[in-house]
Ligand binder design. Sequence first.
Ligand SMILES: [Zn+2]
Length: 279
Amino acid sequence: MAAVTRLSTRASFVSSIANRYLSSDLTSHAPLRLVPTRGEDQKNTHVRWVFLGCPGVGKGTYASRLSNLLGVPHIATGDLVREELASSGPLSSQLSEIVNKGQLVSDEIIINLLSKRLLAGEAKGALGFILDGFPRTIKQAEILEGVTDIDLVINLRLQEDVLLEKCIGRRICNQCGGNFNVASIDIKAENGSPGIVMAPLLPPVNCMSKLITRSDDTELVVKERLRIYNELSRPVEEFYRNRGKLLEFNLPGGIPESWPKLLHALNLDDYEDKHSAAA
Ligand SMILES: [Zn+2]
């Protein structure tokens, strides 16, 4: 594998151009805070977070909202892959075959795309990131440890039948690129487990006739993705649990129910109040 550049963990987020295999030095790093302090200049925020969770659980949605709230880039490896696919670059035909079968893209490809993106963000002065869709395997988690330090890993959880229904309900507008979901989930509480209500996320009227389903959102492909997730990615939860970095979050429903509870779990409810008041 190509040498991977390790990104600095210091407040300035300056690159230290060191090979990852040389990175186990004794350099002392400033202690990292999980959450920026109220009233603090965003330039001093340290957010290096990872979102874990089954495909379709909503990692992208929550990662994107948090990145807007905290002012750090949301880096989705799925988007990195799709950008590469659309670029008709040297990797695109190889990638399209892998993606259409619902298989995982190789570590080498993902790490190359991700390192490129982290360095580009750093060059533009980004002061942290929220990763979504990476790491997916223990091996990737180990490689990521050599590339940068992660402060917190948020594991989003939702029962599998709901996940499946949500994935099959995904739609994209082929004109504006908007993401929508036609699944309407209403599971009654039983045997002590709480019910789950998730309203569909319907498009505006002018997008309605332009909705398409991505070729990898069929039931077969989604089930295959879940099987692969359980086999390869479940152990990643344990990896971060052992390092004391895993925050488990059971989604109580759709975004209106889940978002405030997630902010509370992250100790950010004041943060949002402050920002909405300032807006
Ligand atoms: Zn549209």
